[in-house]
Ligand binder design. Structure first.
Ligand code: GTP
Ligand code: MG
Length: 418
């Protein structure tokens, strides 16, 4: 049934690369946290012995407590972010709805989306929205209501409304993918502000183009701007409304070849983000409206082709699924790299700093012992205690942490090479 097929899909979903890496790195930082706490406790137990541990050493180690907590907070909230752009009415909102398998975002003819809408999973099974600058949760039951809630607010187009949707309703949301829908790139002069506010932390960009026309200068310019701020953005180009091609079968191949060539040239020659060969893999011909309808049919137990808009449904449906698969691979690898690589370096750095401080203390106690031949018993015991503690801390913990941090690094690089 439904449940089982969901499970199967979960297991081979490329999104699991991110999900597993996130769990692992969060676990590791719990251990690093313990290690830092132990080291701080140890420093405190020797606080009165300035000869063994100096104030600065103690302060440095203590400062790691806050750093590790800050990193843990960020790691808990990390997600994969995909942002959709394109001209008004090309079908950006419809593509997102098709991926979410539900009519969540308002879509329609004319200029529909008038600010940034971010869809993300809610933890408590509730649906609600939060507008920028507010903390009030406004409940949302339906698209109609969402559209209404969005209209009644006077929203600036670069503002962000966060829509929280139950995780269990969509695997992409459950696996921490966050969708960002935007107003058409042709209706605003504030592209720079958009990019600074909404694009810098996106893992993947999707350009939703209109297969009935061609890539527009406004759309291209937007991505030129993005690529001046982000060195190699991951970009997919969807030629949407490909159902329209069915009405002109005599031009089908010719039109497809033209769109394909222009899109590949744009990605490889203009933006220089992919080789022409890799760029081929980033261009798709789809019908978002049809895919959404097909999926809604399937959920009602009807055959998918009941949602077909025109001849050639099956190919367009497969191509949409193919896009989703490549998208999932791309976003999870990119997010692991941009979100975890740096933190795993930090974790390693902290573990090594603590280790070298502990090594220095150990060395110092050993020197003290050899220089104080007639050392008092009391001091002697203290030194013994210190050494013992250090042995425990350094031997057990540092090696463990080290191994784990290396493990994460390996996973990161493995994920990237796969
Ligand atoms: P704005 O929010 O105004 O910028 O537009 P948008 O890019 O979000 O487009 P939206 O998803 O609202 O779609 C615009 C209209 O096109 C809607 O009426 C959709 O039903 C329709 N539409 C979207 N995708 C397709 C498609 O693949 N084929 C056809 N025939 N219609 C589509
Ligand atoms: Mg829209």
């Amino acid at each position: 049934g439904q449940h089982r097929s969901n499970d199967l899909r979960t297991d081979n979903s490329p999104l699991q690369i991110f999900v597993k890496a996130k769990k692992k790195i969060n676990d590791i930082f719990v251990e690093i946290d313990d290690y830092v706490q132990d080291a701080v406790g140890f420093m405190h137990s020797l606080r009165d012995d300035r000869d063994i541990v100096n104030t600065q050493e103690a302060e440095t180690i203590e400062s790691y407590v806050y750093k590790v907590h800050a990193i843990r907070d960020v790691l808990k909230r990390d997600h994969m972010k995909v942002a959709f752009f394109g001209r008004t009415s090309n079908g950006k909102s419809t593509v997102i709805n098709a991926m979410l398998r539900d009519k969540i975002l308002p879509s329609g003819i004319g200029h529909t989306t008038n600010c940034f809408l971010q869809v993300e999973g809610s933890d408590n099974g509730e649906s609600y929205l939060i507008t920028e600058g507010s903390t009030e949760k406004q409940p949302v039951q339906s698209v109609g209501q969402l559209g209404h809630a969005l209209c009644k607010e006077k929203l600036c187009e670069s503002h962000l409304v966060r829509i929280f949707w139950p995780r269990e309703k969509c695997l992409l949301l459950r696996d921490d993918v966050v969708f960002v829908d935007s107003p058409g790139v042709d209706v605003t002069p504030n592209l720079d502000e958009w990019i600074d506010k909404h694009c810098l932390d996106a893992d993947v960009f999707v350009l939703v183009a209109n297969a009935e026309s061609t890539l527009m200068v406004t759309e291209k310019n937007f991505f030129h701007k993005v690529s001046t701020k982000l060195s190699k953005p991951n970009i997919f180009i969807l030629n949407n409304r490909w159902d329209a091609s069915a009405s002109e079968p005599e031009f089908f191949d010719q039109v497809r070849a033209q769109h394909q060539e222009r899109a590949v040239d744009f990605l490889s020659k203009e933006l220089k983000v992919y080789t022409p060969k890799d760029a081929e893999e980033r261009v798709f011909f789809i019908s978002a409206k049809e895919t959404l309808q097909a999926r809604l049919q399937e959920q009602r137990g009807q055959p998918a082709h009941n949602g077909a808009l025109a001849d050639g449904f099956q190919n367009r449906y497969f191509e949409f699924q193919d896009f989703e698969r490549k998208f999932e691979e791309c976003i999870s690898k990119s997010a692991v790299k941009t979100k975890f690589e740096q933190h795993s370096q930090r974790g390693k750095h902290i573990a090594m700093e603590i280790r070298s401080t502990l090594d220095e203390i150990l060395e110092r106690t050993q020197k003290m012992r050899s220089s104080q031949l007639t050392v008092k018993k009391e001091v002697h015991d203290k030194l013994n205690f210190t050494e013992q503690q250090l042995m425990l801390l350094t031997q057990e913990m540092k090696d463990k942490i080290h191994r784990m941090v290396e493990d994460v690094e390996q996973r990161v690089s493995k994920a990237l090479n796969e």
